[in-house]
Design a protein around this ligand. Structure first.
Ligand code: PFF
Length: 438
């Protein structure tokens, strides 16, 4: 085997992981999930889910990747448990599947950057979204989004992903904070903060059966778990890194960026008259443009907003593609550039139905995010908690002097609360997808 690449710097790994975590999940999915499940109360449960479930789970993926030093499927061979290869395969497949429609949404975002300049969506945002979200143009923009993704991944870990995310992540932070400050100045934005930040515990107690699984699902998706991204990214790091610190920094930054996105989206929704709960997946493509027609510098704000969403989506898409590319490169010795182009083409083809009809996109999303993702997380949790067990604790303690007790607590959290919460999420998704009564 040829020498495998590694990240040039520790911050490079952290920024690439943050780039993967921060994506459509933070800016598109998080606000509308928060709106659908009751505003601030959802935010609170989500924060708890990130700390108690997301963080231990991301560490579990890191442990597998770093210990194995190889991409997600062969990792299980390298750890002497070839019977578990299917778990890696499920993650790789899930990522491939999800990228196919993630890229279609990325294409919509490209379109909205352009339409911000021409003001195209300001006149009749609902009709505009209906007209551009499916069809030949959506297909062409899906192709454009995949092309950029391929263009980055083809250059590898150091030359492509690390270089790109070093610029992308700080840009997202600066521009998003700028927009949040702008949103603060809008008259009428107060109602948005109220909705986003002051929890209604009564409603939470009544609806906890739906709110809790949704918050757990969002935490897993937002931290890029399940699709072997964190296994793959951690396979390129060294043993002297403190995984607790890295994982904590990634989870914290991702959460802060999600909250900042809320501080942009909710004031804008308030300006356009509230109706948070009804916004749904169209929230940023319909409600935000509706608000933009009413605010000062609407077009410029729209341009910056959709630019942020595009950069965030790209830095996540590259991680999904990298998982599959690194599998073929590591396992079969394929040449990276050609493999990346080929896989990009296959992902594009898989996304064709989603680009032509949003009903397909919704279906791909339901299978990918509600079923494949939590199932893959569950299997990794079982593997790390019970199969690797003490070896996992030994691995996580490397480079983490002073965290010995935390290592043990971590393993037990994986075996108890993380396992139960993810199992519950998978079970509920199965009931929902099969329509079985609870
Ligand atoms: N975390 C990304 C987002 O929030 O948009 C989505 C994602 C990327 C999920 C990569 C899973 C993954 F493996």
């Amino acid at each position: 085997m040829t020498d495998r690449e590694t990240w040039a710097t520790r911050i490079g790994f952290i920024l690439a992981s943050i780039g993967s975590a921060v994506g459509l999940g933070n800016i598109w999915r998080f606000p509308y999930q928060t709106a659908e499940f009751g505003g601030a109360a959802f935010l609170l449960v989500y924060l708890l889910a990130v700390v108690v479930i997301g963080l231990p789970a991301i560490l579990a993926e890191f442990v597998v990747g770093r210990r194995a030093d190889i991409s997600a499927i062969s990792a299980f061979d390298a750890l002497d448990h070839p019977g578990w290869r299917a778990v890696g395969a499920l993650g790789v497949f899930g990522g491939f599947w999800t990228l196919s429609y993630y890229s279609v949404v990325g294409g919509w975002v490209f379109r909205y950057i352009g339409a911000s300049v021409t003001g195209g969506y300001l006149e009749a945002p609902g009709e505009y979204f209906g007209a551009v979200s499916a069809g030949p143009e959506a297909l062409a923009l899906h192709a454009a989004f995949m092309l950029v993704t391929v263009g980055i991944v083809a250059f590898g870990i150091r030359g492509g992903i690390e270089k790109a995310t070093k610029v992308m992540v700080p840009s997202i932070v600066i521009l998003l904070v700028g927009l949040a400050v702008y949103a603060f100045t809008l008259p009428g934005s107060g109602a948005g903060y109220q909705y986003f930040l002051s929890p209604d515990f009564g409603a939470l107690m009544e609806n906890y059966q739906t709110v809790v699984p949704a918050a757990v699902g969002q935490a897993l998706f937002s931290l890029s778990l399940g699709f072997a991204v964190m296994i793959t990214y951690a396979s390129y790091i060294d043993d002297d890194e403190n995984l607790f610190v890295d994982g904590g920094a990634i989870a914290l930054t991702n959460t802060l960026i999600g909250i900042t996105a809320g501080l942009v989206v909710f004031p804008l929704l308030a300006v356009q008259g509230g109706g948070y709960g009804e916004a749904g997946p169209g929230a940023i493509f319909v409600s935000i443009p509706t608000a933009l027609s009413d605010v000062p510098f609407g077009s410029a704000v729209g341009f910056v907003f959709f630019l942020i969403v595009a950069v965030a989506a790209l830095s996540s898409a590259i991680s999904l593609l990298e998982v599959v590319v690194s599998h073929l490169v590591d396992t079969y010795g394929f040449e990276r550039r050609r493999t990346t182009v080929l896989l990009g083409g296959i992902v594009f083809a898989l996304g064709i139905p989603s680009a032509l009809d949003t009903a397909w996109l919704t279906w791909f999303d339901a299978i990918g995010v509600n079923l494949l993702l939590p199932t893959a997380v569950l299997l990794v949790v079982v593997f790390v908690g019970w199969v690797l067990a003490d070896d996992a604790v030994e691995e996580i303690r490397k480079g983490a002097d002073g965290f010995e007790t935390v290592g043990t607590v971590w393993l037990w959290s994986i075996r108890s609360i993380v396992f139960l919460a993810v199992l519950g999420t998978v079970a509920l998704s199965l009931f929902e997808l099969t329509g079985a009564p609870l």
